[in-house]
Design a protein around this ligand. Structure first.
Ligand SMILES: [Fe+2]
Ligand SMILES: [Fe+2]
Length: 136
């Protein structure tokens, strides 16, 4: 993965991947308690939403020309997460497979859309400071 040189956005990627892996490898497997899973799924969707907003803000701040297309890919990714995670709350039981799929979707988004932005930032070094946000 191409680092964004933005500590928060890079940390978001690590957090999400670690979250998937911890859930899948938790003792006894992923939780079978629907109430607990509802909270986990809500947390995951909420974090993904916040991450997408932070990333899009970073793109706008840096003047990235592909921001709109990338933002649309984010909406699609969020819809896919919901499509995969929500049926679980209604009794569909293959959480292990669902988690594998959302993890794969997230990684796929990173190595296509996010890496393209990371490569663009690397070609525009004046816009890729490590301070998180450029000053006025
Ligand atoms: Fe992204
Ligand atoms: Fe991302």
């Amino acid at each position: 993965m191409q680092p964004f040189q933005d500590p928060q956005v890079d940390a978001d990627h690590d957090w999400m991947i670690t979250f998937f892996d911890r859930l899948r490898m938790s003792p006894g497997g992923p939780t079978e308690d629907p109430r607990v899973f509802r909270q986990l799924a809500a947390c995951l969707l909420d974090y993904l939403s916040g991450h997408c907003q932070r990333e899009e803000q970073l793109m706008r701040d840096r003047g990235y020309e592909e921001t709109d297309g990338h933002a649309e890919a984010h909406r699609q990714l969020q819809r896919e997460f919901q499509r995969l995670l929500m049926p679980r709350l209604e009794g569909h039981l293959d959480l292990e497979e669902d988690l594998r799929l959302v993890r794969e979707l997230f990684l796929c988004h990173i190595v296509t859309w996010d890496d393209a932005f990371g490569a663009w930032l690397a070609r525009h070094p004046g816009r890729s400071t490590t301070s998180g946000r450029d000053g006025p």
